[in-house]
Design a protein around this ligand. Structure first.
Ligand code: XMP
Length: 515
């Protein structure tokens, strides 16, 4: 394992990401981590970048014991400056007259330096306001750029490397190779991190953790995360895992039935489906405000789940002791990354008061994984392709895709229109190219004509987007023929719709959902 000590750079988590791509397991901890309190010994340590200046009074500093671990150390950006600062008697780092931000070309001076094995004169990404003004004792210049004479320094004897650029961002063309050189060639980290190995070790870990007489409950939604987590639990402890699917009345057409069938008949998961749609719809009655809808659905979910969980009877001699959560690594990173002196730990969103009331412990089998790793794991565990690659679907479901109050007739219209849209997307072979697509029912009426009849019905807005991270998104460019087909089908087949429009707004300024 490689230890990454995070000083709060926005890029820190990418270091983990890149090492995973090289099949090296890495764990990130805040830079304030005391080395004596680590329960494992890392093969090497990476010090991340940071928004701070090492010479500032409130700057974070690493536990000096890091340098006594006797393992290789790589400092990136602030990490380099931290190394220089600690090795130069608190000197040798100064503010640049200009921030260096953007591309630069690296000239490697030490061809034999293992950090640069097989890579030479490549493009790097710079983002720093401070720079090294002197070389620390015992170090040599391994590489430079036109603006940064100390772009890379090393002390091979002490096994310390420092680089001013960011190998973890994709703009650094050979950054992954450089990180691999450090982790594998220099630290000797093993390259056995892959999802095949993960299945075996995780199932064993769950068995050890749960023991022979404890049982586990968890909510499933039909999304990839909860399904993969449930499948792992099922493989580890069989029917001592109880999955609960709450039908909130605002899932998509046929969704509850499909998920039920896939999870039970397909995957052998011990599942209880609870139809609470009436309760949800009663609570949602006459509510138009999007945030209120979200809150009502969230609170109702907790109540229903708690009630149903209490009804589950464990086997004789067993006790329900754990609650399954589908937490992924990005959530964990969010809660452990270094946020400066006012460090606030984000409390994980979990199933409400359940933990307190039932005294349940959390079990989080996916907390080491990124989303694409969860998908790979899902495929390896035999979860159907369609489910593994399903577009994300919000917890409040189509309640936030029906603008205005949610009622059974509105739900029916929204569901049918959405179903047709997705069916046509699949038929056209576009589903996997689109990040998310859905139909929205607008609370306005428009005039139309069908046959000889004047109609006065509602409007469906179609939304389809392409995005990497859902923080920004572009609308998807369908061809007109496709839109014509979808529009015709919706108006012909869905009673209550007179007009179909396509949303051509990016995020920002719009959001993905309409509410
Ligand atoms: P927005 O609309 O914020 O959506 O641009 C970004 C992504 O988040 C999803 N989303 C939600 N997911 N509960 C969820 O579980 C919610 O309340 C919620 N609101 C938005 C949205 O579907 C998109 O994938």
């Amino acid at each position: 394992t490689i230890l990454i000590l995070d000083f709060g750079s926005q890029y820190s988590h990418l270091i983990t990401r890149r090492l995973r791509e090289c099949h090296v397991y890495a764990e990130m901890l805040p830079c304030t981590q005391k080395i004596s309190e680590l329960s494992w010994k890392p093969k090497g340590v990476i010090l991340s970048g940071s928004p701070y200046s090492v010479y500032a009074d409130d700057a974070p500093h690493v536990d000096p014991a890091v340098f006594d671990l006797g393992v290789p150390i790589l400092g990136i950006c602030y990490g380099l400056q931290e190394i220089a600062w600690t090795h130069n008697n608190r000197a040798g780092v100064t503010a640049s007259s200009e921030r260096e931000y953007g591309h630069a070309t690296i000239h490697v001076h030490e061809q034999e330096n293992p950090l640069f094995a097989g890579i030479d004169n490549f493009q790097v990404w710079m983002s720093h306001g401070d720079k090294l003004s002197a070389l620390p004792n015992g170090f040599s210049i391994a590489a430079s750029t036109d603006n940064s004479p100390y772009a890379a320094i090393s002390n091979v004897e002490q096994q310390i490397w420092g680089i001013q650029f960011h190998p973890e961002v994709s703009h650094t063309t050979k950054g992954t190779q450089l990180l691999e050189n450090f982790a594998v060639k220099i630290c000797g980290a093993s390259t056995n991190w892959n999802m095949k190995n993960f299945i075996g070790t995780e199932i064993e870990r769950i068995r050890q953790l749960v023991g022979p007489h404890a049982e586990v409950i968890g909510a499933v939604s039909g999304g990839v995360d909860s399904t993969v987590a449930a499948k792992l639990l099922n493989e580890a402890i069989g029917d001592r895992f109880h999955a609960i699917l709450v039908d909130n009345g605002v899932m998509r057409l046929n969704e509850v039935e499909t998920v039920h069938k896939t999870l039970t008949a397909g995957l052998g998961i011990n599942l209880t489906v609870v139809d609470a749609s009436e309760e949800f719809l009663n609570n949602l009655k006459d509510v138009s405000d999007p945030e209120k809808k979200r809150k009502i659905i969230g609170n109702t979910f907790i109540r229903v789940f708690e009630r149903e969980a209490a009804k589950i009877t464990p086997k004789a001699g067993d006790e329900i002791e754990f609650l399954l959560q589908g937490t992924l690594y990005p959530d964990v990173i969010e809660s452990i990354s270094f946020k400066g002196p006012s460090q606030t730990i984000k409390t994980h969103h979990n199933v409400g008061g359940l933990l307190d009331d039932m005294k349940l412990k959390l079990i989080e089998p996916l907390r080491e994984l990124f989303k694409d790793e969860v998908r790979e794991l899902g495929e390896l565990m035999g979860i159907p392709h369609d489910l593994v690659w399903r577009h994300p679907f919000p917890g409040p479901g189509i309640a936030i895709r029906i603008l205005g109050p949610v009622s059974p007739p509105q739900i029916e219209i929204a569901r049918k229109a959405d179903y047709i849209f997705i069916e046509e997307i699949r038929k056209a072979g576009l589903y996997d190219k689109i990040s998310q697509a859905f139909a929205c029912l607008l609370p306005v009426k428009s005039v139309g004509v069908m046959g000889d009849q004047r109609t006065y019905e509602q409007v469906i807005a179609l939304r389809a987007i392409e995005t990497k991270d859902f923080m920004t998104a572009d609308w998807f460019e369908f061809d007109y023929q496709f839109l014509k087909t979808v529009s015709r089908r919706i108006v012909n087949e869905v009673r209550g719709v007179a007009r179909v429009v396509y949303d051509v707004t990016s995020k920002p300024p719009a959001t993905v959902e309409w509410e």
